[in-house]
Design a protein around this ligand. Structure first.
Ligand code: AMP
Length: 139
């Protein structure tokens, strides 16, 4: 399952180069070409799915199961102190490449590359209302 116009499918097929760090039958991992920090790594399914909820759970599980081992290798080899896992879904979230991918972003204290958004509060009753709506959509 590939999209001939997708840049990550082209990387998976070997049609364009990438700095590959891990590969198995379902998953490929390579360095992000425009890193937020050195060692910024992407992990993608080899099948083309645009968004996480469009990806079969078994395929998503195969990708997610590699995040920890690859993150360990990234931070150990770079001497980083921590990392963020980031997964954008849809243009509103900032997703630019419409092929499911997880970012592993190595972090050091004070590097300031990700700022926490100001947290909001709920008016009385709204949190329970929303929980009910989401539970209904799940059933
Ligand atoms: P997103 O905004 O979550 O869709 O992230 C897409 C990421 O893919 C960006 O961080 C880009 O720098 C990265 N990217 C785009 N083209 C390539 C490429 N040819 N090789 C490696 N990374 C890429």
């Amino acid at each position: 399952m590939q999209d001939p116009n997708c840049i990550f499918c082209k990387i998976i097929n070997g049609d364009i180069p990438a700095a590959r760090v891990f590969e198995n039958d379902q998953v490929l991992s390579f360095l992000d070409i425009n890193p937020w920090n050195e060692g910024h790594t992407l992990v993608v399914p080899k099948d083309h799915h645009a968004l996480l909820h469009q990806c079969p759970p078994e395929t998503a599980a195969a990708v997610v199961s590699q995040l920890g081992p690859i993150a360990r290798a990234v931070i150990e080899s770079l001497g980083a102190e921590g990392y963020n896992i980031l997964n954008n879904n849809g243009p509103a979230s900032g997703q630019e490449i419409e092929h499911l991918h997880f970012h592993i972003i190595p972090r050091r204290s004070g590097d300031g590359i990700i700022r926490h958004a100001p947290q909001k509060t709920y008016p009385e009753g709204r949190i329970d209302e929303l929980a009910e709506q989401i539970k209904k959509a799940l059933s």
